[in-house]
Design a protein around this ligand. Structure first.
Ligand SMILES: [Zn+2]
Length: 89
């Protein structure tokens, strides 16, 4: 969840646990609406580190672009495009 404090500072809150069904639904949404036909989304987000990175970038998309919750697919696409390609993720 993206939050903005009274002084305008940005914050990102993440759940301490994310169940497998939620992980799967996020991956499916990105696969369906992310516009990345040339990339295997499920393989790209296979590690917990890559998935959490995507979640943080997704919330940053809300903050940086001032996008409301209704723009979930846009936030996913924005985040996926900025996910670093690294063997360490
Ligand atoms: Zn969102």
């Amino acid at each position: 969840m993206a939050i903005t404090g009274k002084a305008g500072a940005w914050g990102i809150l993440l759940r301490s646990e994310i169940d497998p069904d939620t992980v799967q639904s996020v991956k499916e949404r990105i696969d369906l609406f992310g516009g990345h036909e040339d990339i295997d989304v499920f393989q790209r987000l296979d590690s917990p580190r890559a998935f959490v990175s995507l979640l943080v970038l997704h919330e940053l998309a809300h903050l940086q672009n001032d996008w409301p919750q209704a723009k979930e697919n846009d936030c996913d696409a924005w985040a996926f495009e900025r996910l670093p390609f690294s063997e360490n993720l």
